[in-house]
Design a protein around this ligand. Structure first.
Ligand code: CUA
Length: 301
């Protein structure tokens, strides 16, 4: 890729891009001013002379207000980026030396390509198969580290259709710079057509097959007296552990419970589940996760 393909300020193609740029430009200007008007020998005040009170108050109060405003602005943007909208579409990403693998709940899989609809928040749940990577969408002004031992999420809402760069933004070995890809932002109707092209069955149904393959169903039946906890309706619930602590059954809890079942034992159950560390790939873990997420009890009439 030539440098000219990638401008210093790529097009703003997400809902937060303007905000991120505005904060960045403001901080750059303020830093520039601080350098221009720094203290030099020739503009130092005479030590003998006392500054007027009003001036002293002004140089304490004005910077204080300015820094508080910067803090509030920065935190507001941080929470904006951290809080995933409720109606977000799920996409799963796996980083691996040196490629990006994406899985969609409908079952589609892609490598170094990600198809998403425009004007819709997308939640990306990410894990790494090896070292730390960082999933970076420069046109959407969002980026997050992808870690080998836990799930992380980021979200974006694209505001323009087109093809936009994906980069790895964390040095991860020899071919780090080649760990790149493209987001294809599509009109919702085109996206539906693209989704309909899949043949493997939904991610949850692929997860259900793995659930059978690994014989999870032997212990995790829907019977409360079974050897393993009931998984129906588990996702998002609060679970009481054997040490009376509680934990919310989120993505990371389920991941840990598959890979290291003894780490957080559910109250009333013995340490009988074998570990699946090293036996289930990241992609298969995401399928199992999608399956367990899909196990919602029928609404009570
Ligand atoms: Cu992956 Cu750098």
């Amino acid at each position: 890729m030539m440098l000219t393909d990638f401008p210093l300020f790529p097009e703003q193609a997400s809902t937060v891009a303007h905000q991120v740029d505005a904060l960045y430009i403001m901080l750059t200007i303020v830093t520039g001013l601080a350098i221009v008007y720094r203290r030099r020998p020739d503009n130092e005040l005479d030590q003998e002379e006392e500054a007027p009170k009003a001036l002293e108050i002004a140089w304490i109060v004005i910077p204080f207000i300015f820094f508080m405003a910067t803090f509030v602005w920065g935190s507001w943007l941080y929470f904006e980026l951290a809080r995933v909208p409720d109606n977000a579409l799920d996409v799963y990403a796996t980083g691996k030396q040196w490629m990006w693998k994406f899985q969609h709940p409908s079952g589609q899989r892609e490598i170094n390509e990600l198809h998403v609809p425009v004007n819709r928040p997308i939640r990306v749940t990410m894990a790494s198969e090896d070292v730390i990577h960082s999933l970076f969408f420069p046109y959407f002004r969002t980026k997050a580290d992808v870690l080998p031992n836990r799930y992380r999420t980021l979200w974006f809402q694209a505001t323009k259709t087109g093809r936009f760069h994906i980069f790895c933004a964390e040095y991860c070995g020899t071919l780090h710079s080649g760990m790149i890809g493209w987001v294809e932002v599509m009109e919702p109707t085109d996206y539906q057509k693209w989704l309909a092209g899949g043949t493997e069955g939904s991610l949850a149904s692929q997860g259900e097959k793995l659930f059978q393959k690994y014989a999870c169903a032997t212990c995790h039946t829907n019977d409360a007296t079974a050897r393993g906890p009931v998984l129906l309706g588990l996702f998002g619930k609060t679970v009481t552990l054997s040490d009376n602590k509680t934990v919310v059954a989120d993505e990371n809890y389920i991941r840990e419970s598959i890979l290291n079942p003894q780490a957080k034992l559910v109250q009333g159950f013995g340490p009988i589940m074998p570990t699946f560390q090293g036996q289930v790939s990241e992609e298969d873990l995401l399928k199992l996760l999608a399956y367990i997420k899909s196990l919602t009890p029928p609404p009570k009439g």
